[in-house]
Design a protein around this ligand. Structure first.
Ligand code: GDP
Ligand code: MG
Length: 179
Protein backbone atom coordinates (compact mmCIF):
# COMPACT_ATOMS: atom_id res chain seq x y z
CA UNK A 1 0.00 0.00 0.00
CA UNK A 2 1.13 3.49 -0.84
CA UNK A 3 1.47 5.75 2.19
CA UNK A 4 -1.07 8.53 2.09
CA UNK A 5 -0.05 11.37 4.45
CA UNK A 6 -3.55 12.80 4.29
CA UNK A 7 -4.79 9.68 6.05
CA UNK A 8 -2.16 9.56 8.78
CA UNK A 9 -3.47 10.43 12.20
CA UNK A 10 -2.58 13.93 13.21
CA UNK A 11 -1.90 15.15 16.72
CA UNK A 12 -1.68 18.72 17.89
CA UNK A 13 1.16 19.37 20.31
CA UNK A 14 1.68 22.77 21.89
CA UNK A 15 5.04 23.94 23.17
CA UNK A 16 4.82 26.47 25.98
CA UNK A 17 7.06 28.19 28.50
CA UNK A 18 8.67 31.59 29.05
CA UNK A 19 10.15 33.36 26.07
CA UNK A 20 13.82 32.68 25.34
CA UNK A 21 13.87 29.16 26.83
CA UNK A 22 14.40 27.64 23.38
CA UNK A 23 10.90 26.52 22.31
CA UNK A 24 11.43 27.56 18.71
CA UNK A 25 14.90 26.00 18.51
CA UNK A 26 13.63 22.72 19.98
CA UNK A 27 10.73 22.40 17.56
CA UNK A 28 12.99 23.42 14.71
CA UNK A 29 15.56 20.81 15.73
CA UNK A 30 12.89 18.14 15.74
CA UNK A 31 11.11 19.17 12.54
CA UNK A 32 14.01 20.59 10.56
CA UNK A 33 16.89 18.58 11.94
CA UNK A 34 19.18 21.52 12.49
CA UNK A 35 19.77 24.30 15.00
CA UNK A 36 17.95 27.46 14.03
CA UNK A 37 20.44 30.33 13.98
CA UNK A 38 18.03 33.28 14.10
CA UNK A 39 14.94 32.27 16.09
CA UNK A 40 14.11 35.96 16.66
CA UNK A 41 12.59 35.87 13.20
CA UNK A 42 9.63 33.88 14.52
CA UNK A 43 6.72 36.00 15.65
CA UNK A 44 3.17 35.05 16.50
CA UNK A 45 2.20 31.42 16.15
CA UNK A 46 4.42 29.14 14.22
CA UNK A 47 3.40 25.77 13.01
CA UNK A 48 5.70 22.88 12.13
CA UNK A 49 4.95 19.33 11.29
CA UNK A 50 6.76 16.02 11.11
CA UNK A 51 5.49 12.56 10.34
CA UNK A 52 7.04 9.85 12.46
CA UNK A 53 6.96 6.09 12.24
CA UNK A 54 6.20 4.07 15.32
CA UNK A 55 6.60 0.33 15.88
CA UNK A 56 8.92 -0.01 12.91
CA UNK A 57 6.90 1.35 10.06
CA UNK A 58 3.55 -0.02 10.97
CA UNK A 59 2.13 3.17 12.42
CA UNK A 60 2.64 6.63 11.02
CA UNK A 61 1.50 9.67 12.90
CA UNK A 62 1.72 13.32 12.01
CA UNK A 63 2.82 15.61 14.80
CA UNK A 64 1.59 19.14 14.30
CA UNK A 65 3.68 21.28 16.61
CA UNK A 66 2.45 24.69 17.58
CA UNK A 67 5.06 27.13 18.76
CA UNK A 68 4.54 30.64 19.97
CA UNK A 69 6.47 33.80 20.64
CA UNK A 70 4.93 34.26 24.08
CA UNK A 71 1.21 34.46 24.19
CA UNK A 72 1.15 37.63 26.17
CA UNK A 73 1.40 39.07 22.68
CA UNK A 74 -1.71 37.24 21.52
CA UNK A 75 -5.15 38.59 21.38
CA UNK A 76 -7.69 36.58 23.34
CA UNK A 77 -9.16 34.92 20.25
CA UNK A 78 -5.68 33.76 19.29
CA UNK A 79 -5.03 32.20 22.69
CA UNK A 80 -8.24 30.24 22.46
CA UNK A 81 -7.28 29.02 19.02
CA UNK A 82 -3.89 27.96 20.33
CA UNK A 83 -5.27 25.82 23.16
CA UNK A 84 -8.17 24.32 21.24
CA UNK A 85 -8.18 20.54 20.64
CA UNK A 86 -4.71 19.98 22.03
CA UNK A 87 -3.50 16.36 22.19
CA UNK A 88 -0.32 16.94 24.19
CA UNK A 89 1.64 19.69 25.89
CA UNK A 90 5.38 20.25 26.22
CA UNK A 91 6.41 22.62 29.02
CA UNK A 92 9.85 24.04 28.38
CA UNK A 93 12.16 25.83 30.81
CA UNK A 94 15.80 26.85 30.52
CA UNK A 95 18.17 25.08 32.94
CA UNK A 96 20.20 28.31 33.17
CA UNK A 97 17.15 30.30 34.30
CA UNK A 98 15.56 29.61 37.65
CA UNK A 99 12.89 32.16 36.73
CA UNK A 100 11.81 30.14 33.71
CA UNK A 101 11.58 27.02 35.88
CA UNK A 102 9.49 28.83 38.48
CA UNK A 103 7.10 29.93 35.73
CA UNK A 104 6.06 26.37 34.91
CA UNK A 105 3.19 26.31 37.45
CA UNK A 106 1.78 29.42 35.75
CA UNK A 107 1.90 27.63 32.40
CA UNK A 108 0.21 24.60 33.90
CA UNK A 109 -2.46 26.91 35.26
CA UNK A 110 -2.79 28.59 31.88
CA UNK A 111 -3.49 25.16 30.34
CA UNK A 112 -6.22 24.42 32.88
CA UNK A 113 -7.76 27.81 32.30
CA UNK A 114 -8.05 26.92 28.63
CA UNK A 115 -9.62 23.54 29.33
CA UNK A 116 -6.61 21.38 28.55
CA UNK A 117 -7.67 18.47 30.74
CA UNK A 118 -5.56 16.34 33.08
CA UNK A 119 -5.78 13.38 30.69
CA UNK A 120 -3.85 15.25 28.00
CA UNK A 121 -0.27 13.92 28.07
CA UNK A 122 2.17 16.50 29.35
CA UNK A 123 5.94 16.44 29.56
CA UNK A 124 8.57 18.83 30.84
CA UNK A 125 11.78 19.72 29.06
CA UNK A 126 14.76 21.51 30.61
CA UNK A 127 16.64 23.00 27.66
CA UNK A 128 20.16 24.49 27.20
CA UNK A 129 22.00 21.72 29.03
CA UNK A 130 25.04 22.52 26.91
CA UNK A 131 25.58 25.63 29.07
CA UNK A 132 27.05 23.58 31.91
CA UNK A 133 28.74 26.46 33.74
CA UNK A 134 25.55 28.49 33.83
CA UNK A 135 23.12 25.92 35.16
CA UNK A 136 20.72 27.28 37.80
CA UNK A 137 18.13 24.49 37.93
CA UNK A 138 19.46 21.25 39.43
CA UNK A 139 18.14 18.04 37.90
CA UNK A 140 17.02 16.85 41.33
CA UNK A 141 14.76 19.87 41.92
CA UNK A 142 13.27 19.57 38.45
CA UNK A 143 12.72 15.85 38.93
CA UNK A 144 10.93 16.41 42.25
CA UNK A 145 8.70 19.01 40.65
CA UNK A 146 7.94 16.82 37.62
CA UNK A 147 7.19 13.84 39.87
CA UNK A 148 4.72 15.89 41.88
CA UNK A 149 2.73 16.45 38.69
CA UNK A 150 3.43 13.02 37.24
CA UNK A 151 5.13 14.55 34.21
CA UNK A 152 8.07 12.80 32.54
CA UNK A 153 11.12 15.08 32.70
CA UNK A 154 13.75 15.42 29.98
CA UNK A 155 16.85 17.56 29.95
CA UNK A 156 18.43 18.37 26.64
CA UNK A 157 19.93 20.97 24.34
CA UNK A 158 18.47 22.18 21.07
CA UNK A 159 21.90 23.55 20.21
CA UNK A 160 24.22 20.62 20.86
CA UNK A 161 24.28 18.41 17.72
CA UNK A 162 25.06 15.42 19.93
CA UNK A 163 21.60 15.85 21.50
CA UNK A 164 19.77 15.67 18.18
CA UNK A 165 18.63 12.09 18.70
CA UNK A 166 17.62 12.81 22.25
CA UNK A 167 15.38 15.66 21.07
CA UNK A 168 13.80 13.22 18.60
CA UNK A 169 13.32 10.71 21.40
CA UNK A 170 11.44 13.27 23.50
CA UNK A 171 8.90 13.90 20.76
CA UNK A 172 8.70 10.18 19.95
CA UNK A 173 7.94 9.39 23.59
CA UNK A 174 4.95 11.68 23.32
CA UNK A 175 3.92 10.15 19.98
CA UNK A 176 3.89 6.69 21.57
CA UNK A 177 1.62 7.95 24.30
CA UNK A 178 -0.74 9.42 21.72
CA UNK A 179 -0.94 6.69 19.11
P1 GDP B 1 11.85 30.74 22.54
O1 GDP B 1 11.63 32.20 22.79
O2 GDP B 1 11.45 29.92 23.72
O3 GDP B 1 11.24 30.26 21.27
O4 GDP B 1 13.45 30.54 22.43
P2 GDP B 1 14.31 30.48 21.10
O5 GDP B 1 14.20 29.14 20.47
O6 GDP B 1 14.01 31.67 20.28
O7 GDP B 1 15.78 30.60 21.71
C1 GDP B 1 16.14 31.69 22.54
C2 GDP B 1 17.64 31.88 22.55
O8 GDP B 1 18.26 30.76 23.18
C3 GDP B 1 18.26 31.98 21.17
O9 GDP B 1 19.31 32.91 21.24
C4 GDP B 1 18.81 30.59 20.90
O10 GDP B 1 19.93 30.61 20.06
C5 GDP B 1 19.19 30.13 22.30
N1 GDP B 1 19.04 28.68 22.49
C6 GDP B 1 17.97 27.91 22.22
N2 GDP B 1 18.19 26.63 22.56
C7 GDP B 1 19.44 26.60 23.07
C8 GDP B 1 20.26 25.56 23.61
O11 GDP B 1 19.90 24.39 23.73
N3 GDP B 1 21.51 25.93 24.05
C9 GDP B 1 21.96 27.21 23.96
N4 GDP B 1 23.19 27.45 24.41
N5 GDP B 1 21.23 28.20 23.46
C10 GDP B 1 19.98 27.91 23.02
MG1 MG C 1 10.03 31.23 19.86
Amino acid sequence: HEYDPAKARIFKIIVIGDSNVGKTCLTYRFCGGTFLKNPEATIGVDFRERTVELDGESIKVRLAIWDTAGQERFRKSMVEHYYRSVHAVIFVYDVTSLTSFHSIPDWIEECSRHSVGPLVPRIMVGNKCDLRDRREVPTSAAQRFADSYNFPLFETSAKDPAEKEHVDAIFLTLAYRLK
